[in-house]
Design a binder for this molecule. Structure first.
Ligand SMILES: [Zn+2]
Length: 285
């Protein structure tokens, strides 16, 4: 998607402004995570983080106990990938490790889109939320921040539930697991901690995600998102790899609906984020 040139300048200019104005004295702390400008949502976001950490602990146990043949859940999303790669990302998210940034280590930030705060109103995150009215959350490549749009805060689907699992009923494709607040936040944190270049473009449709080969799956945040959301929801059935293709169904049939509207984190990545360079500081010193 091409972003209008004026918007590009706005992004760049806004980064510098945000650096000056982000108030380092008032984050809401959740472990090592610093939550900014989320006002009454701060506690809620902190609870989502804690719930994610709890499920990560479960997932790490699952991976530890798993034999070389894997498990239906693991194989469904990661196939033959080395589980140590998945463990590394999950562990860093749960620990909230500091992130290398501009020559120092900085804590992970979660920033809510509150346009009444000048620093936020002029930031890359707010501009991106405005640019795509369907965007829910963004990761600022080159920063240590995740940005949550108003759409995210208004999303009524909060926690993955069993009713969203594949096979729960004839209408359930498992797709809804990817669009809860819980899953979207986790997805952005995977970006933050992946530590290797993620798959571009990222593959978001659940069936297409299941069809990725192992090497691509470990670089694709939605693969982690569906893996952990399935665990959180207690899903028991997993569609065999490529089963839809075998039936001649177009894999993208269900893949442009929910998550694509939600995890619009690539909106600014390719076109503008790299251009922000040193200006893109959400620095807390
Ligand atoms: Zn993403």
């Amino acid at each position: 998607m091409q972003i209008p040139r004026c918007l590009l300048y706005c992004f760049i200019a806004s980064c510098a402004y945000a650096q000056e104005s982000l108030d380092p004295s008032s984050p809401y702390l959740s472990g090592n995570y610093q939550i900014y400008y989320c006002t009454t949502y701060s506690v809620h976001i902190s609870q989502l983080l804690q719930s994610i950490w709890h499920t990560i602990a479960e997932a790490l146990e699952h991976l530890e106990a798993m034999g070389p043949e894997g498990t239906p859940l693991y194989n469904s999303f990661f196939h033959k990938a080395d589980p140590n790669k998945i463990k590394g990302v999950l562990s860093r998210i749960a620990a909230g490790d500091n992130i290398a940034f501009q020559g120092s280590l900085q804590p992970p930030l979660i920033i809510c889109d509150d346009p009444s705060v000048p620093a936020v109103a002029r930031s890359w995150g707010h501009a991106a939320c405005q640019h795509d009215p369907l965007a829910h959350a963004l990761w600022g490549e080159g920063t240590h921040a995740v940005f949550l749009c108003q759409n995210y805060l208004r999303n009524k689907r909060v926690i993955p539930s069993e009713k969203q699992c594949v096979g729960w009923n004839r209408l359930s494709t498992g797709w809804l697991l990817g669009e809860t607040q819980w899953t979207v936040l986790f997805h952005e944190l995977v970006h933050l901690y992946l530590g290797v270049p993620n798959l571009v473009p990222e593959i978001r449709g659940i069936f297409e995600v299941q069809d990725l080969d192992s090497e691509d799956a470990v670089r694709n945040p939605p693969s982690y998102g569906f893996f952990l959301a399935n665990m959180k929801a207690g899903c028991k059935k997993f569609r065999p790899k490529a089963s839809l293709r075998a039936h001649g169904r177009k894999l993208s049939d269900n893949s442009t609906f929910d998550v694509d509207l939600i995890a619009q984190d690539h909106l600014i990545r390719n076109e503008t984020a790299r251009n922000c360079g040193d200006l893109c500081l959400w620095g807390v010193s």
